[in-house]
Each structure stands twice: as structure tokens, then as C-alpha cells.
Design a binder for this molecule. Sequence first.
Ligand code: HAM
Length: 416
Amino acid sequence: MAITAIKGFNDILPNESGRWQHIEQAARRVFELNGFSEIRVPIMEKTELFCRSIGDATDIVEKEMYTFIDKGDNSITLRPEGTAGVMRAFIEHKLHAQDPVSKLYYLGPMFRYERPQKGRYRQFHQIGAEVTGVNDPLVDAQVLNMLCAFFREIGLDEPSLQINSLGCPECRPAYRAALLKFLEGRLDQLCEDCRRRFTTNPLRTLDCKAAGCAEATQGAPSMLDNLCGGCGQHFDSVRCYLDSIKTPYKINPRMVRGLDYYTRTTFELVTGLLGSQSAVAAGGRYDGLISQLGGPSIPGIGFAIGVERVALLLGQQDFSRRPDLFIATMGAAERAGAFVLLTELQNLGVRVEMDYEGKSLKSQMRRADKLKTRYSVVLGGNELESGRALFKRMEDGLQIESVLTADAINEIVCPD
Ligand code: HAM
């Protein structure tokens, strides 16, 4: 029996990779315009890094990590997200000593042992961006605007922005206590997960999808009503800055996020087009994370985009690049001549395809159609002898005669 891929791990086939490149190139353009540089970190880290940053009582750490003991008896984990590794590198290489303000982006695979379904996989890809060293709410608005600009750049305007504030170590404990008190009398309505993490992570109940939890949390106290002065002001300023650049958003006081490192601003870009996997990108502020990981006390904020979900939203649009020219040939001598021409044209940046196997003219033209080539030309003995041939524009059949030099052909098939 043939061996198949691991469940929840996908191949990205040639007919999809154009869409992926479109997404990645747009991210690079938009992020670099905003002054971000790429960072590449390993896909495996010491398990402890994720326990300490994402949090022991989160679904990711409790249930979803791919954790192994390696041959040296060390516990290592395939990264379930990018922020922890990037901050580990930021601290380890003392990037803060060069400049505490850094703007970093990354792309690559992440791994979570979740139940696979449309838009949710065990290996998935994120494009993430992180800013360190700025407390000012202006940077929250810039990061959010950059995320929205990315979606505009790839031609999607549907996902809508939701924001919330999760407060800080000063105001969250009191809110947590108030929420615990509220939920205490409703414990039997909560789902098994929420009951289990009732004392360790009660906030998750607020965005739990189970019907009982949604009902039990009706009328629960809101974090936004319990922010301390500093957090309240920060949130108001983020809103003012977003208003000033006309970036639309909705406040969602129930958004909690599945990672423990967040403080203050949190956000998600949500879509109604992907069923229950509604978040196509998400992130927030993590002012305590860098010091929690042993680094200096430097704030941070960032987000990650789920590439598979964005690719699903782009649907079946074809982003693959078509050949500019297909050279069909009548015999071996013409094939040799076509090969020289193909090489010269490629040196000029023209995308050329030709027949390699001496197939019939009919079958060569079928292949030219299948490849959606823009122009085709047939080279026979006459053409080689006269040094001229007819180039056919495939979309409307227009024929243009040209000498058989790379420069002249380039002018016809790639006029700009
Ligand atoms: P996250 O919300 O866990 O945040 O993931 C970000 C995005 O990754 C989600 O909104 C979703 O689009 C995508 N995603 C997550 N899990 C899966 C999956 N199993 N299959 C497909 N797509 C998935 C983080 O990871 C944070 N590190 C984001 C961040 C960066 N916060 C600050 N900086």
C-alpha cells in the first residue's frame, strides 16, 4: 500500500503554490513598507519555552503540543506558534542591546495536535509580525493598520477587525476574582473543559463555544468595565488612533485568546466564510513576556495570520504564472533550433515552453492550451530557413510575423 501523509498535514500542490506566493509576497511588501525585517527561527524549541510563555493551563500546552524526548533525553516541541521562539531569539542574541525597538516578521509552519477540519490542521502556516520596545498605543494602531493593509493588498476586504483589552497584572486579578465569583453558582452549566480549568483559566469560559458556557456567562462582568486607569487610557487611545486613520473595528469584550501572555490590547480578524474557524489572524500586546522569559522588561505586540485560512478565502483564483510562449516544432532539427531560442529568451526573462519528445503538432498545441500559454509559434523547415515565423496570440488568434531573434520575439510576447 502506498504511504500517505500524516493526518492533518497537507501538501501544497503546484496549482495552489501561486496563491501561497501571492500571500507571502504581499506580506513581505506590506511589512517591509512598515520597517519590519525578517527573522528565521528554528521550528523546534525546548518544551519549557512554550510552557512558560503560552501558559501551562492553555489548550495548546495541555493538549496540542507535539512534544518528544530526543536522543539526548531532552524534551523538545515542534513550535505551536511563532512569538515564543522569536522572543527567545530576541533575548538570546541581545537584539535589545542594539535597539530595544525592533520590528520583526516571520513565516513558516506551526504544529498543533488539534482535530483536523476545514481551516484547522495539525501542520499549518503562519505569517507573523512582532514589535518590541514600544508602550505607546500608537504602535497598537499601526500594527492593526498593517494587518488590515495586508488584507487589502491581497484583495480581501471581508475579514473584520475585533478588539478587546485583557488588562494587566494590576487589574486582571480583581477582574478574575469577580468572574470566578459570578461563575461559581453556575458551575454545573459549564462544559467539562471549562469546569476543569475553572480555577486555572476562568476567562476562557467567556469565549467558549459550548452552548451551556455561553448561557452561563450571560451578564458576566466585563474586563472592559474593570480596567485600571492605565489600561483604560491605553484602550481609549488605541481606539482614537484607529478612528483617526478610519480603520473600522468592533469591540468584542468576550475575546479572550488561547495564549496566556497577552496584556491590554488583543484582537482578531474574523470572517463569516470559514464556518467555525472564523479567525484568519489574531494577536495582541504581551508587555510581560520578554521579562518572563528572562529578558529585560520590554513590552511587545504582534499578530499572526493563518495562511491556510487566507488561501481558502482567496478561493479558486488562479495566481500561477502562465508561460509567455510555447514553441511547437515539426522535427528534430527544429527542436534543436527551438532549444537555442528558448535559452536566449529565458535570459531575457521570457517564460518559454517547448515540446521535448517529438509529439505530433496537434498534441503540442493541446499542451500549449493546457498550459494557458499567451503566445505560440510553430517552427518548421521553412521558418528556420527564412528566419521568420508567425506568432499567434492565443486569446484571440491574432497572428504577428517576426524575425526569429530573441530580442524581436521578446518585443512581441512581453512588450512591457
Ligand atoms: P493564534 O490565535 O493561536 O495566535 O493563531 C493565529 C492564527 O493562526 C489564527 O487566527 C488562525 O488563523 C491560525 N491558526 C491557528 N491554529 C490553526 C490551525 N490548527 N490550523 C490552521 N490555522 C490555524 C498565535 O499563534 C499568536 N502567536 C499570535 C501573536 C503573535 N500574538 C502576538 N504575536
